[in-house]
Design a protein around this ligand. Structure first.
Ligand SMILES: Nc1ncnc2c1ncn2[C@@H]1O[C@H](COP(=O)(O)OP(=O)(O)OP(=O)(O)O)[C@@H](O)[C@H]1O
Ligand SMILES: [Mg+2]
Length: 377
């Protein structure tokens, strides 16, 4: 009999099924948006669960009216890189068989000769390379592909694009964004769900009035999963292994990592590995200490390129300083240089997603990095 690996906790990859807590409200909202043809922008700090949520919604939408497709454009380096991935994904995910896909290529993209490679593991799995260049098709023609296919299918297509912020790094990005929006906003049978892991870049693309994608869709800020939702989720995972964790300890896990989804699962796993029968205070401490050890190489690499002033600013935040950045006392206490220096540092640290600015002031984006700083101090 085939043995299945069934991890108790999973982190760092998108999750589904047993590893996915309900997110009932968010799912309902996104599902309705998808089914009603609204464009959606999904923004959150890192590893909160955007990809998992979108994939979950794609599974539960009413397939009689909506046909969702998903693509991750992290490795697209230019406009035409994207157009190829865009067209390939849409063709592939709207065709149940290769024959249908080839028929659609002939109908909508007759000027390219696609290459199909079959997967060695499965007769139904294959990949397609279209090789579209500006000679064959203009951007507008490629961008209108989902609309044409949607009309043919008699269904609404929802195109979900992950790591969307990457397009800000392409040559001529602004021009490309204008083209995309220009075509997409007139489509009647297609809507878009755009999201990505770099919160600051996503904010810039969608919140700045001067940017083409400003107000393109309904902005959704994905909140953390509440401790009340984590308690039954985590307790049941422990129970399945014949172990027990008191809800106070789950609360402590959530508090330690400020409910950041991926860390909640990672820390829970660390705690489980240290548990024999029942979770105790020391088990939690061991789990936290393992978590810090696991994160240290990454944090060292991330902070390695920072100046000592920038490090001081992060330390000040960790120390509980969130506002009053122009006070001389604060500048001196934390050795931050001049007022204008602080303003510049804030900008850089925000652009690199080290910190976020909220109504309550500046905070570290990564709660575990905060713990790491405290431990080092
Ligand atoms: N609904 C959920 N239930 C339980 N755990 C979740 C859920 N959503 C996310 N997680 C946890 O967070 C991790 C990251 O999830 P996911 O990749 O979906 O987040 P993301 O916001 O897309 O991350 P990134 O910012 O890196 O793109 C998962 O591996 C899982 O541990
Ligand atoms: Mg993601």
């Amino acid at each position: 009999m085939k043995k299945e690996v069934n991890p108790s906790f999973l982190y760092g990859v998108s999750v589904e099924g047993d590893n996915f807590t309900d997110r009932t409200q968010e799912t309902r909202r996104l599902k309705l948006n998808f089914e009603n043809g609204l464009n959606v922008i999904l923004i959150s700090p890192r590893r909160m669960g955007k990809t998992s949520l979108v994939k979950h919604v794609m599974q539960v939408v009413d397939k009689d009216i909506v046909h969702p497709v998903y693509m991750d454009i992290y490795d697209c380096r230019s406009e035409y890189d994207f157009y190829n991935k865009f067209a390939e994904t849409i063709l592939k995910q709207t065709s149940s068989k290769i024959e249908i896909l080839m028929e659609n290529v002939r109908r909508f993209l007759a000027r390219v000769s696609p290459k199909i490679s079959m997967s060695p593991d499965s007769i139904t799995d294959y990949s397609i390379t279209l090789g579209i260049t500006p000679k064959e098709y203009s951007p507008e023609e490629v961008l209108s592909l989902p609309e044409q296919i949607a009309k043919q299918m008699g269904k609404h297509i929802v195109v979900c694009i992950d790591e969307f912020q990457q397009l800000a790094e392409w040559p001529d990005s602004l021009q490309v964004q204008k083209r995309m929006r220009g075509v997409w906003q007139h489509q009647q049978h297609v809507s878009y769900c755009l999201f990505g892991s770099r919160q600051h870049m996503m904010n810039q693309l969608f919140q700045d009035k001067r940017m083409p994608f400003y107000q393109f869709g309904e902005p959704n800020y994905l909140q953390d999963i509440s401790t009340d939702d984590w308690i039954p989720f985590i307790q049941s995972k422990f129970e399945k292994k014949g172990l027990h964790i008191n809800s106070n300890f789950v609360q402590q896990i959530c508090d330690t990592v400020e409910n950041q989804s991926s860390y909640v699962q990672q820390l829970s796993w660390n705690v489980m590995l240290n548990t024999e029968n029942e979770v105790a205070e020391e088990t939690i401490e061991m789990g936290i200490s393992d978590l810090l050890m696991q994160c240290t190489p990454l944090f060292m690499e991330q902070t390695g390129s920072l100046t000592s002033y920038q490090m001081n600013l992060l330390r000040a935040i960790v120390d509980g300083q969130h506002t009053h950045w122009s006070s001389q006392e604060v500048l001196t206490k934390y050795n931050l240089g001049t007022k204008s220096n602080v303003a510049k540092m804030q900008k850089v640290l925000m652009e690199r997603d080290f910190i976020v600015s909220t109504e309550q002031g500046l905070f570290l984006s990564d709660p575990v990095m905060g713990l790491w700083f405290k431990k080092k101090a």
